[in-house]
Design a protein around this ligand. Structure first.
Ligand SMILES: *Cc1c(COP(=O)(O)O)cnc(C)c1O
Length: 412
């Protein structure tokens, strides 16, 4: 495609743009089990309105030009620190996503470790449950760290004893997820805290997907193990606003138990003609709208609003689990704490089941280990349930009564 020579009418271009969408998956009807989230229509509208109000402002300029954005970002962090039982002196900020939050936490841990060791070139390793997010590998690739993934238990949880055994003197961080993406189960953060405490290690909790919903699911009476700063050995925590915080993308948060631990996160660069350049993020320019929207949503919903959403989410999830478990041979993997889950039937080629779902108009969420399907459900998926379960049963029956080999490969 060539760069356009001439202008075109705006209406024509926007109409074309809308038309381009027609080939996309129908996420509004719950046919995409990842990437997109929705709570209520009101929450979506609040997010959009607040975002548009700050459409042009840049959160990079929060300190010098847009003090309102700085204030809102600080307040988002403060409200979240309260939610996550952080002690006095804890700090945090917004980022553009879970991957950036994790990247920043790993950098902070790496620099902390180098300082402690008085070794500016120390090459550390990260000890992760096998179920941890690839963002830790990204961070390791960028900072030349070693990644040690440790198999999870039969219940699909981080294995604290095996992770302790995988640590050595060069370990700079151990990780637990709240929950992990593949199985939706919250790792035993208290037991990982005991490992971190006994070995004097940095424990990061990746609450990217669950951080802004698990507290409210707990409020509704579902069992949620301690996963945040209530566990005294937790050094840092990441939590995405643009997932189950229901805020518009791009918005995440990263927190530290104290300012000393965050020190390594801060970029402070004074080697160019414009003077000192200081950011808490890898990115420079950041959408002001994302900050304003996250703030407005927290203020609009409050604990009671998020609790109501959590209740609806869990009722929906329980119905999905009942429906999946009622299909012959199918079982949910482990005990998911929230609305993410993996499931499969050991006697079926789950790749072929996924192909059956794709043929019926669903984007199949997939799991490789064990072979299965995956769901990350928001309220977009409530109305889709009976269709989904009907098509799942039909796809499974088709695979059971025919032969063939799956062409599809598990892909995120
Ligand atoms: C989504 C997710 C991430 C990464 O977040 P992005 O916003 O996609 O960069 C990290 N960890 C977990 C558990 C996640 O689900």
């Amino acid at each position: 495609m060539r760069f356009p020579e001439n202008s075109r009418p705006r209406a024509e271009v926007l109409a074309q743009l809308k038309g381009l969408k027609s080939g996309d998956a129908d996420w509004k009807k719950g046919r995409v089990p990842l990437y997109v989230f929705k709570a209520t229509t009101e929450a979506a509208e609040v997010g959009q309105e607040a975002f548009n109000e700050y459409f042009t402002e840049n959160a990079l300029g929060g300190k010098r030009a847009f003090s309102s954005l700085k204030r809102m970002e600080d307040e988002v962090a403060a409200m979240a620190l309260d939610l996550f039982h952080a002690p006095e002196g804890a700090v945090g900020n917004m980022t553009t996503g879970g991957s950036e939050s994790i990247l920043m936490a790993v950098k902070a841990a790496r620099d902390f470790a180098r300082k402690q060791r008085c070794d500016k070139a120390h090459r550390g390793n990260l000890v992760l449950p096998a179920s941890a997010h690839p963002a830790f590998n990204k961070a390791a690739l960028l900072m030349d760290l070693e990644v040690r993934r440790v198999p999870v238990t039969k219940e699909f949880l981080a294995d604290p004893a095996a992770m302790a055994a995988a640590c050595d003197r060069d370990t700079i961080m151990i990780v637990g997820s709240a929950p992990c993406f593949p199985y939706g189960a919250i790792d035993p953060i208290r037991a990982l805290g005991a490992v971190a405490g006994s070995k004097n290690l940095w424990l990061h909790v990746d609450a990217c997907v669950g951080g802004y919903v698990a507290p409210f699911v707990r409020d509704e009476g579902y069992p949620i193990p301690d996963f945040d700063f209530a566990v005294p050995e937790v050094s840092s925590l990441s939590a995405d606003l643009h997932k189950f915080g229901f805020a518009p993308k791009p918005a995440s948060t990263v927190f530290y138990r104290d300012a000393e631990k965050r020190a390594g996160q801060t970029f402070s660069i004074d080697e160019w003609p414009n003077g000192r350049f200081v950011t808490e993020t890898l990115t420079g320019t950041r959408a002001g709208g994302a900050v304003a929207a996250a703030w407005a949503l927290m203020q609009t919903l409050g604990r009671s609003g998020y609790r109501k959403i959590a209740r609806e989410l869990m009722t929906m999830r329980d119905a999905y689990i009942d429906g999946i478990s009622a299909i012959p041979g199918f079982r949910v993997f482990g005990k998911p704490h929230l609305t993410l889950l993996g499931f499969g039937a050991a006697d079926l080629d789950m790749g072929r089941v996924a192909e059956g779902m794709a043929k019926r108009g669903w984007v199949p969420g997939m799991l490789k280990d064990p072979p299965g399907l995956h769901l990350m459900m928001s309220l977009l998926h409530a109305d889709a349930r009976s269709d989904y379960l009907r098509d799942l049963a039909a796809s499974a029956a088709e695979v059971r009564t025919s032969t063939g080999k799956a062409k599809i490969e598990a892909v995120y």
